[in-house]
Design a protein. Structure first.
Length: 504
């Protein structure tokens, strides 16, 4: 297949380097803060999960604070992509910021885990538009191959946010309470909205003539995503009742998917353009991205619990230990973006980076009970760099394959498949973790819940020998979970070799 022209608009391909730089920096400050808030939210909440579990209880479902956010993210991304194409990306960015800030406020006020989970859905529906709209706005200004030159600035936003997230989340949870991590998002959202109004102007005005929104597609997509992930939550219990519920949910998800595909084939303005998603370059690059996101976000979600429950760290210390994994992805993105601008090669860099990441994840998995904490954190930092090498390459690959007319939908397809992969991966790693504990006996699960909820006091009734056995059981369970993450990354590395579009 001959690749279409660059996905940026014609003016961006004909201006001088100095003018291109001016255009980029006119748009970039307006979208950088929105990107920063969305990236920060993925890691700052993970570092506070143990504190939330102790405050609200129900540790077995604590991962759903992240999963439900990602589910809403997944559902929202194509919505904002389609509406951004029709009504303008600046306008939809303001809507997304308003919804996101409302959700953050509700999270800060939540009095139970169920209420917090519902508020995270609202916040996630706003967050779903922040990254996809921001990336699409940049793509309108900078042509595909030249985006590598500016990748350092884009990656710096994610690197800074991801680096600050674990440390800031741990410190805020320990000294100001976990609610403060959501209150922090309110001034960030307000400042991002002001910048969007003052800096973007009419740069992304869009055309809504003849446009009709695919409401049935949205409903069916939500009915597919929600039950599919809830089925994973039920399946991890490995007992007849929950397994039966999981089977029913899986059937509902399968039926919704079938109806969704029928709806999208006949809708005049489909939520999910099947012609685009069926493009081999698009679906293979997105599948690779979803595997990486599942391993990345899932590992970030459960590592703080490992550090606190198994290693005995405080929330702030846990945030510091998580720092290399959260922060180093940006350096991998900078490297691959730079190599793209020099060589025009797309999928070579994710293939190299993900192969290294999968190998080192296996090393961490095998040495989980023996690796010194500093060495483990360093290895996870290199793993994160490999993950980061795939991030910009997927975005550019899909945008080039889609062409300028479907720029918003193409960018949104990366965001929603990445969010779906992150949500599925987090649910899968949680299912493996608790399933492995369940296989070792109900006492292991009970003690693990008590340890996370109560801290060391949860093991007060155990003698030294029994505690050593239990910590071995926890290590085995976490080892199974991290091995699952390594398998996801290995599959993503293989998928990088199957993407037809290799050069721009």
């Amino acid at each position: 297949m001959t690749p279409p022209p660059d996905s940026g608009p014609p003016p961006a391909t004909t201006v001088s380097p100095a003018e291109l730089r001016r255009l980029f920096f006119k748009v970039f400050p307006a979208v950088a803060l929105a990107m920063f808030g969305a990236a920060l939210d993925q890691t700052i909440v993970a570092a506070a999960l143990p504190a939330i579990a102790r405050s609200l209880g129900d540790v077995e479902r604590i991962s759903w604070i992240i999963v439900l956010y990602l589910v809403a993210n997944t559902v929202a991304a194509p919505v904002y992509g389609r509406l951004g194409d029709a009504f303008g990306r600046q306008r939809m960015l303001l809507v997304a910021l308003a919804v996101y800030a409302t959700g953050a406020t509700l999270c800060a006020l939540a009095g139970s885990l169920s209420t917090l989970a519902a508020a995270r859905v609202v916040q996630g529906f706003g967050g779903g538009g922040l990254i996809s709209l921001s990336v699409a706005l940049i793509a309108e200004v900078v042509p595909a191959r030249e985006r590598g030159r500016f990748q350092a600035y884009i990656a710096a936003v994610f690197t800074t946010a991801s680096a600050l997230g674990p440390v800031l989340g741990g410190v805020l949870a320990e000294y100001f309470g976990w609610r403060s991590i959501f209150l922090l998002q309110l001034p960030l959202s307000a400042l991002a909205a002001w910048l969007a109004v003052t800096r973007l102007g009419d740069a992304a005005r869009g055309s809504s003539r003849g446009f009709s929104f695919d409401w049935w597609g949205l409903v069916l997509f939500a009915v597919f995503v929600g039950p599919a992930l809830l089925a994973l939550d039920q399946a991890r219990r490995l007992s007849p009742g929950p397994l039966a519920v999981a089977a029913v949910l899986a059937v509902v998800a399968g039926l919704a998917l079938w109806l969704l595909l029928r709806q999208e084939r006949r809708a005049p303005h489909p939520l999910l353009p099947l012609g685009l998603l069926g493009n081999p370059t698009v679906w293979r690059a997105n599948l690779m991205s979803s595997c990486v996101a599942g391993a990345f976000v899932g590992t970030i979600a459960f590592l703080p619990i490992y550090f606190v429950a198994v290693r005995g760290l405080s929330p702030a210390e846990s945030g510091l230990a998580l720092l290399p994994l959260a922060a180093c992805a940006g350096f991998g993105a900078i490297f691959s973006g730079t190599m793209l601008s020099r060589t025009g090669l797309l999928m070579r860099w994710p293939g190299i980076g993900l192969s290294i990441s999968a190998t080192l994840l296996l090393v961490v998995t095998l040495g989980l009970g023996h690796l010194p904490l500093v060495l483990m954190a360093g290895l996870l930092g290199v793993v994160s760099m490999g993950f980061g090498m795939s991030f910009p390459m997927v975005q550019v690959t899909v945008q080039v394959a889609a062409g300028p007319k479907l720029l918003g939908s193409a960018t949104a397809s990366v965001q929603f498949t990445r969010s779906l992969g992150a949500a599925t991966g987090t649910a899968l790693l949680g299912a493996v973790l608790f399933g492995a504990l369940t296989l070792q006996g109900p006492e292991a699960t009970r003690l693990f819940v008590a340890l996370v909820n109560q801290g060391p006091a949860g093991l007060a009734g155990l003698d030294a020998a029994a505690e050593a056995v239990f910590r071995g059981q926890m290590t085995t369970a976490f080892r199974a979970s991290f091995a699952t993450a390594a398998a996801l990354v290995l599959f993503g590395a293989w998928m990088s070799t199957r993407v037809p579009l290799r050069r721009v």
